[in-house]
Design a protein around this ligand. Structure first.
Ligand SMILES: Nc1ncnc2c1ncn2[C@@H]1O[C@H](COP(=O)(O)OP(=O)(O)OP(=O)(O)O)[C@@H](O)[C@H]1O
Ligand SMILES: Nc1nc(=O)c2ncn([C@H]3C[C@H](O)[C@@H](CO)O3)c2[nH]1
Length: 215
């Protein structure tokens, strides 16, 4: 299983689609547009942070179990990022200490049940998308989900900056298996075919290196 990580709007769903098609495997997307809790969270984070977190955890766990059925399936966000979001929201006063404790214990419990945990196997590859604030904002504006727009809610500027700051440390600390980064400011894999092919070559090379190591 290959998992993508990175900031809101970095391009995970787009690259998930491109990569799964390239590898002839299945893509598994994060539940966003049909997620009833997400708009509630953005409108009232304090009330809905915990519920949203449980919602995502449940859906992500179900996707992982299905994605593990075949090799090289692609998942558009890793379960390892969930706590990054929740802990930051908790520090902003949007969750109680008890909610954090319940969530962390539940997450640990669920991680122990994942088939790859049982076999001491992490995702085969984590692909982390690195992006600047300005580029990320341009993507968010292009996509146009109303509740993610800073012009509708100025507090999102700080929220996005803080998340972006934490993501780099999160990637440095990720130690569960092979990992790599793609620079989304450099490669426009959505609209530029040459960039897309370059990104796929970089990923193929990494997958090949890993195969060689396994044999
Ligand atoms: N490299 C890119 N070049 C141009 N546009 C891009 C690029 N990556 C993503 N986009 C555009 O940015 C928007 C967000 O991309 P996408 O939905 O793939 O991001 P995401 O990381 O999955 O976001 P989220 O975490 O919010 O689900 C889409 O409109 C997509 O077409
Ligand atoms: N609070 C919170 N916790 C999460 O674990 C989480 N995972 C994703 N998201 C938000 C970001 C995008 O708006 C949208 C799509 O990624 O969903 C999250 N928000």
């Amino acid at each position: 299983m290959i998992v993508l990580s990175g900031m809101i709007g970095a391009g995970k769903s787009s690259l998930t689609n491109i990569l799964a098609e390239h590898l002839g495997t299945q893509a598994f997307y994060e539940q966003v547009d049909d997620n009833p809790v997400l708009p509630l969270f953005y409108a009232n984070p304090k009330k809905y942070a915990f519920l949203l977190q449980i919602y995502f955890l449940n859906k992500r766990f179900a996707s992982i179990k299905r994605a593990l059925a075949d090799d090289n399936n692609v998942l558009d966000r890793s379960i390892y990022e969930d706590a990054l979001f929740f802990h930051m929201n908790a520090e902003m006063g949007r969750a109680t200490e008890q909610e954090v404790q319940v969530y962390d214990e539940l997450l640990d419990n669920m991680m122990e049940e994942l088939p790859y945990a049982a076999h001491k196997k992490a995702p085969d590859l984590l692909i982390h998308l690195v992006i600047s604030y300005d580029k990320m904002l341009a993507h968010i504006q292009k996509r146009g989900r109303p509740y993610e727009q800073p012009q509708n809610d100025a507090s999102l500027v700080d929220y996005y900056h803080n998340l972006l700051d934490r993501y780099q440390q999160w990637y440095q600390d990720y130690h569960y298996g092979p990992k790599m980064q793609i620079d989304c400011d450099k490669y426009d894999f959505v609209d530029n075919l040459a960039d897309r092919q370059a990104v796929l070559r970089i990923i193929d090379k990494k997958l090949q290196e890993r195969k060689t190591l396994d044999n």
